[in-house]
Design a protein around this ligand. Structure first.
Ligand code: CU
Length: 224
C-alpha cells in the first residue's frame, strides 16, 4: 500500500508539473504574440525531421574485396562487404527497405574472372530496365584481366561478356541477377516489392568456402 501510495503521489507531482509547464509555455506564446503590436505571431519549437525518403533511392553500397583470409585450409577467399556508417560490415545480412527504389552500388576490387555456375548468369535481370550501369572499369587501363576486354566505364549493359565477370550478386527468389565485371564499379536499381528475407548468392565459382559461407559470397537480403 505504501508503495502504491507513493507512486500515486509521484504521479500527481508529475501531472502538476506538466500542467505548470504547459501553462507557462502558453503564457510565453501569448507574450510573443503581443510583441510588435501587429499581427500576432507564434514561435513554435518543432524538430523538423527531413524525410528524404520516399522519392530518393535508398543507397546500398557493397564492396568486393579479394584475398580475405578465411582460414589456413581455405586460405584466401573473396568476400562481399556492406559499406556502412562504421566501415566495412558483414554481408551476411543486408538490410534495405521494401517498396522503395534501391540504388545498389557494387565496388569490385577483384581483377580476375571466374566461371559462371550456369551460362545464363551473364544476363542482367530484375533491375530497372533490365540493365546495369558500369561506372568504371579500371582494367581498361590495366594489363590485368583477359585480353580484348570490351566492358568500358560508362556503359549501360544488359549482358556482360562471360570472361569479364568476376562475381555476381544474385537473388534467385527476386529474379535479380547482377553480373559484376572485374575491377569495376556497377550501379543497379531495383525494388523489392514484398518484405521478407531473401537469400543472395554469387554465381561464379569464386571460392568453395566463400560461396557457402554467409557474409562472404552468400547471405540474406532482408527487406522490411
Ligand atoms: Cu563470387
Amino acid at each position: 500500500m505504501l508503495n502504491s501510495k507513493s507512486t500515486l503521489v509521484g504521479g500527481l507531482t508529475v501531472a502538476v508539473l506538466a500542467v505548470a509547464l504547459i501553462l507557462s509555455g502558453f503564457g510565453a506564446a501569448v507574450a510573443l504574440g503581443g510583441v510588435g503590436g501587429g499581427t500576432p505571431s507564434t514561435t513554435t519549437a518543432t524538430t523538423t525531421v527531413t524525410n528524404s525518403s520516399s522519392n530518393s533511392p535508398f543507397v546500398v553500397t557493397l564492396v568486393i574485396a579479394t584475398n580475405s583470409i578465411y582460414n589456413v585450409t581455405a586460405a584466401d577467399q573473396p568476400a562481399y562487404f556492406v559499406l556502412g556508417p562504421n566501415g566495412l560490415q558483414t554481408s551476411a545480412s543486408i538490410s534495405l527497405p521494401a517498396n522503395r527504389l534501391i540504388k545498389l552500388v557494387i565496388v569490385n576490387y577483384d581483377d580476375g574472372s571466374a566461371n559462371l555456375t550456369a551460362p545464363s548468369y551473364n544476363v542482367v535481370s530484375g533491375t530497372t530496365d533490365g540493365s546495369i550501369f558500369v561506372a568504371s572499369n579500371d582494367n581498361i587501363n590495366s594489363s590485368e584481366g583477359p585480353s580484348g576486354i570490351v566492358v568500358n566505364g560508362g556503359q549501360t549493359l544488359t549482358t556482360v561478356p562471360t570472361d569479364e565477370i568476376a562475381h555476381t550478386f544474385t537473388v534467385p527468389s527476386l529474379n535479380l541477377n547482377i553480373p559484376v565485371p572485374l575491377s569495376s564499379t556497377v550501379v543497379a536499381y531495383f525494388t523489392v516489392d514484398k518484405a521478407g528475407s531473401y537469400l543472395w548468392f554469387c554465381e561464379t565459382g569464386c571460392g568453395d568456402f566463400a560461396m557457402s559461407t554467409p557474409g562472404w559470397m552468400t547471405g540474406s537480403l532482408v527487406a522490411s
